[in-house]
Design a protein around this ligand. Structure first.
Ligand SMILES: N[C@@H](CCC(=O)N[C@@H](CS)C(=O)NCC(=O)O)C(=O)O
Length: 202
């Protein structure tokens, strides 16, 4: 299989971590793509018409995309290790959606500062994106620590990728402040081999 991804995408990193945690490394080649909403020329548009990564070429059908779909597919191939049975599944999926939403907001903030010319930037919109991230962080601290400390699942992986991305691109926001339990959980999670092997570069 061929995974179109990049060394800095947190969505692609979710898949890369799942590959390592489930023992699928020999079955998936990771190939580098690059692009933004302003330039899709380096993106796998034949595999994903949305021009986004990750996208996965697989042997048993057309390419699939969106990290959540790819993670479910690969986890299924690996014997279903990172999506638990119901009812815990609903919590895992909600946690994964929370991590993905944090990443979406954090990436939109980066695009705003990198891609939009100064003259047409709108700061309240950027702060509105950060408010989403901050509310999610507070909710993780208040409600999700027990789940995060439970058996490894894709919810934890998504949150780990989101928090790492905040360190990578939004370090100045100080996400750990006022969230000691989440910061402690992340310290342990970031020490996993799969996290260390996929640290963002660039
Ligand atoms: N919901 C998608 C989001 C994927 C996504 O936004 N990927 C970013 C890279 S981190 C991208 O490809 N951006 C290029 C663009 O939006 O044109 C997923 O989970 O895979």
């Amino acid at each position: 299989m061929k995974l179109h991804t990049s060394p800095t995408t947190p969505f692609g990193r979710k898949v890369s971590i799942l590959i390592r945690e489930t023992g699928l490394t020999a079955e998936v080649d990771e190939v580098v793509a690059a692009g933004t909403p302003l330039d899709s020329s380096g993106m796998p548009v034949a595999q994903n018409p949305l021009g986004k990564i990750p996208a996965l070429e697989r042997p048993d059908g057309p390419a699939i995309y969106d990290s959540r779909v790819i993670c479910r597919y690969l986890d299924d191939r690996a014997g279903g290790r990172l999506y638990p049975a119901k009812p815990r599944l609903w919590d895992t999926l909600t946690l994964e959606a929370t991590g993905d939403g944090m990443i979406d907001a954090a990436i939109l903030m980066v695009y705003e500062s990198r891609l939009r010319p100064d003259a047409i930037r709108f700061e309240p919109w950027v702060e509105g994106q950060w408010a989403k991230v901050a509310r999610a962080l507070d909710t993780l601290e208040a409600r999700w620590i027990a789940h995060l400390n439970g058996p490894l699942d894709m919810g934890q992986v998504a949150i780990g990728c989101a928090l790492s991305y905040l360190d990578f691109r939004h370090d100045g926001r100080g996400w750990r402040s006022g969230r000691p339990a989440l910061a402690k959980w992340y310290e342990g999670f970031a020490a996993r081999n799969s996290m260390k092997a996929t640290e963002p570069k660039g």
